[in-house]
Design a binder for this molecule. Structure first.
Ligand SMILES: Cc1ncc(COP(=O)(O)O)c(C=O)c1O
Length: 377
């Protein structure tokens, strides 16, 4: 029989590769209550074709929560669907998309589906080098290339965990306006902070520019909902909502949107988010403590202040791509760094996700990985 789900648990392997919430952190009780309420009190509205932009009541609630006008919001089938839709609406094959190095590897898959040319922008501990963005855009345009947009994960980046500083956010917003550059900020992890809230989104630093912000319920509620939202200039929202696909089928994931609306209206979101934050902070701390004890010298990392990931740097003698088979034979898996680069890079880096494993698994996984890295040195 074909599988029901994407995740595969291989026997005997501690899977650091998957950036999913652990099963015990999924809001099963809250969703049961919300779905029951929806089917009891909100059918048939929840079961018919939806308004193309998303259910008005959910838009109103999100607009208040995000302090943006409803006309600049749209419900999406999660960030992946939003990115695919934006590529369809805003790009032509051969256009350039600027991406961080490293960046979310599966966004790269979506951009490649649309035959876009990917150009990497380096960063540091403050996030993306905004001045390099300006240089690259001017250079590419002077060569007659069309730069469709810049895509970035500014908050608790997947995979590096880095957060773009407030100063650079403001600088990037100014630059986007000055260069008429579309910027797509993917805020998948923005609510999952463990010490202090992150700086405000890039979109909040400039009105009237081509800034687009994507949010998802995948990391704070459940990925199977396939639900998220997009904040964008009304021209972009209009272009997306007037697509044939939405005209034919109505707003995406309309029933799920109603269930999430009911969950929000019941006041169940904030307590759940708090529980997830506390649980993930404890998992992160368990992994960091285990890494400190078990990694050989020369392996480095920075404690992430939010999100799901720890980004490890190995000595240059270790190639994390070729090492993976040995790690898996030793009962531990990770994603090699090179997967997160649109071009060359990442051979001495790797990503560990701490969101799905128990504290005991995190500790044992760190022990196994520490030994593999020690033997490879
Ligand atoms: C940065 C980032 N964006 C988007 C996604 C996927 O979002 P969605 O499930 O809403 O499509 C992920 C999932 O790993 C992610 O890490």
């Amino acid at each position: 029989m074909l599988p029901d789900i994407q995740f595969v648990q291989r026997p005997g392997i501690i899977e650091f590769g998957w950036g999913h919430l652990a099963a015990d952190l999924l809001p099963r009780t809250e969703l049961l209550r919300a779905a029951t309420w929806t089917l009891t009190h909100d059918a048939p509205a929840a079961l018919t074709y939806g308004f193309a932009q998303g259910p008005g009541r959910l838009l109103a609630l999100l607009a208040a929560r995000l302090s943006v006008p409803e006309t600049e919001l749209m419900i999406t089938g999660g960030t992946s669907q939003a990115l695919d839709m934006l590529c369809k609406q805003l790009t032509q094959p051969g256009d350039v998309v600027l991406v961080e190095a490293p960046t979310y590897h599966l966004a790269l898959r979506i951009f490649r589906d649309h035959r876009l040319r990917l150009v990497m922008v380096p960063g540091d501990q403050q996030g993306l080098h905004v001045t390099t963005v300006a240089t690259l855009v001017r250079l590419l345009r002077s060569r007659g290339e069309r730069v469709a947009f810049l895509y970035l994960v500014p908050t608790f980046n997947n995979p590096s965990g880095v957060t773009l500083s407030a100063t650079r956010r403001a600088e990037l917003a100014r630059l986007a306006t000055a260069l008429e550059l579309t910027v797509i900020e993917d805020e998948a992890y923005a609510e999952l902070w463990y010490e202090l809230p992150p700086p405000p989104p890039i979109t909040s630093f400039a009105a009237d520019s081509s800034l687009i912000r994507l949010g998802s319920f995948a990391k704070v509620l459940a990925p199977g909902l396939r639900l998220g939202w997009m904040q964008a200039p009304t021209t972009v929202i209009r272009r997306c909502t007037q697509s044939g696909m939405l005209d034919s089928g109505g707003g995406v994931n309309h029933f799920t949107a109603h269930v999430v609306l009911a969950l929000l209206q019941a006041g169940d979101f904030e307590p759940h988010l708090l529980r997830v934050r506390n649980a993930l902070r404890a998992r992160r701390d368990a992994l960091l403590e285990a890494l400190a004890r078990m990694m050989p010298s020369g392996v480095t990392w920075r404690p992430p202040l939010g999100g799901f990931f720890v980004w490890l740097r190995t000595p240059p003698t270790i190639d994390t791509t070729t090492l993976l088979a040995r790690a898996e034979a030793a009962g531990v898996s990770y994603i090699p760094g090179e997967r997160f680069y649109a071009g060359n890079g990442g051979r001495h880096e790797l990503r560990l996700a701490f969101s799905m494993l128990s504290e005991a698994e995190l500790i044992e996984g760190a022990r196994r990985l520490g030994k593999v890295l020690q033997d490879a040195k």
